[in-house]
Unconditional design. Structure first.
Lengths: 223, 253
């Protein structure tokens, strides 16, 4: 029997471990926004949101403190922070397209073994929303896909070829899932970390992509 | 005397005709949305519009639902009218949009229009959308970007390699009207914004034949700090002030 799968908050905690001092981070809509709640206390990073703000604080969940003039790309109210700056949308996209984002964490519908990302359509819908995700996927220095390894229906989300339309080809560097962390390499997908209670064989059973299991495979830790 | 302030929203959209291409600023929330200008276009009833912006809007029905659902985290003003109002009323034939589908299973009026074959969609990422608008504003015919190569947005576009990387040729997007929202204006049309309500507004200002700014407040010439002006007045042809109290969209004003 495989172990428990991580819940969304715990996946976000693991993803936030990638943040390092001084980084500019852009979090995609949905689960990735949770990562802003788990910034390591000893480092200073700046969150960027494509609607035109850099250096904002945490998500505000009280309507008395929320301001419609300070929202993130998911239209969630966020808090102001000293050092914050506003810019127009074109300037904001220059930050993305000019390669000034160190890490973007994006949700995904599918990721292929080559790192192709499909995330702009909504399951069951024919129309999609590229938003700022395509710019982020093409241009960020590091693209992390944060997703469960299987869909709600139990289908694999790590696939040989994406069947959902691509947001960007060969762009994902790392996949953080509810059972382990994988790196996209020229040799293929490497299982770097595994959630306690799981074996590499049990993770392998959840994707048709042949996973490379290195001798230094680690158990995932959150600290 | 230069005075770009006009007395009514109906006057602010004068000259818009059937078939116009209209830049509609806003991102996805109420603060950055030119609500009363959209309402004036709805009252005017012009048809076959091509709308350009981030979203195709929610429309009045879904905004009412959203207002209730969102009230636990963010209070939405009652006078938020978005591009969905124009779609609901059958005034839109095409949308050049980035966030075309609602991030949920519900279908917006725009999505319903596309599925019914009544509305055409050209989907772009926000970077290319901004840059095509900016190109029109700055007299650039087009530009090359690597973003979109190998995806749906590349269909029918020229591909050229620079420094070993494939790029798409994207063309300037000229428009007839730009409807924008700003915080404060003076009679020259100089504008400042507030917080994340800046977003697409300064990008669209000046990118159309006629730019109209809906503002919270008009101040005396000289009151806006020249160091703080975001949109210089040259880009703006008309300025109109929002009412102090919320008004229904279908009331002439």
């Amino acid at each position: 029997m495989p172990g428990e799968r991580l819940d969304e908050q715990t996946m976000a905690i693991r993803a936030a471990k990638e943040f390092q001092e001084g980084m500019i981070i852009n979090l995609g809509v949905g689960m990735p926004t949770f990562c802003s709640n788990f910034v390591p206390p000893d480092i200073e990073i700046l969150f960027h949101s494509e609607n035109g703000v850099l250096g904002f604080g945490s998500i505000v969940d009280n309507p008395d403190e929320a301001d419609i003039h300070l929202i993130n790309a998911g239209a969630q109210p966020v808090s102001p922070k000293p050092g914050m700056s506003f810019m127009d949308h074109a300037e904001s996209l220059c930050i993305i397209r000019g390669g000034h984002i160190d890490i973007t964490i994006l949700g995904a519908i599918q990721v292929s073994e080559k790192g192709d990302l499909a995330n702009y359509t909504i399951p069951g819908k024919q129309i999609g929303s590229l938003g700022g995700a395509q710019d982020l996927a093409f241009c960020a220095k590091k693209v992390i896909a944060l997703m469960t390894i299987s869909s709600k229906e139990g289908d694999p989300k790590i696939v040989k070829e994406c069947t959902s339309p691509l947001t960007a080809p060969a762009c994902v560097h790392q996949i953080i899932t509810d059972v382990g962390v994988l790196d996209v390499t020229p040799e293929g997908l490497v299982l770097r970390e595994i959630v306690p209670g799981w074996t590499p064989e049990e993770v392998q059973a959840l994707t048709p992509v042949r996973l490379i299991v290195p001798p230094d495979l680690k158990e995932m830790t959150l600290l | 005397m230069i005075n770009k302030i006009v007395g009514s929203f109906d006057e602010a959209v004068a000259g818009m005709t059937d078939g116009s291409t209209v830049l509609i600023a806003g991102f996805g929330g109420p603060a950055e949305c030119p609500s009363y200008l959209i309402a004036a276009v709805a009252r005017k009833g012009v048809k076959d519009l091509t709308i350009v912006g981030n979203t195709g809007g929610w429309g009045q029905q879904l905004l009412d639902v959203l207002r209730t659902r969102m009230s636990v985290i963010l209070r939405m003003p009652p006078d938020w009218y978005d591009p969905g109002l124009l779609v609901e009323r059958g005034q839109v034939k095409k949308g050049i949009l980035s966030f075309a589908a609602a991030p949920a299973r519900i279908l917006t009026p725009f999505e319903q229009g596309v599925l019914a074959g009544k509305v055409e969609l050209e989907l772009l990422g926000q970077g290319t959308l901004c840059e095509r608008i900016r190109a029109a504003k700055s007299g650039i015919a087009g530009f090359y970007t690597p973003v979109g190569v190998g995806t749906v947005v590349a269909e029918g576009k020229e591909v050229r390699e620079f420094n070993g990387r494939k790029h798409l040729l994207e063309l300037a997007l000229p428009s007839d009207f730009a409807l924008i929202k700003a915080h404060k204006a003076d009679r020259y049309g100089n504008l400042i914004y507030r917080g994340t309500a800046r977003t697409f507004n300064p990008v669209m200002a000046g990118a159309a034949r006629v730019t109209v700014a809906e503002v919270d407040e008009v101040v005396e010439l000289g009151e806006l700090d020249p160091e703080a002006v975001v949109t210089p007045g040259v880009y703006v042809q008309r300025v109109v002030v929002r009412p102090k109290e919320p008004r229904p969209w279908n009331e002439p004003m």
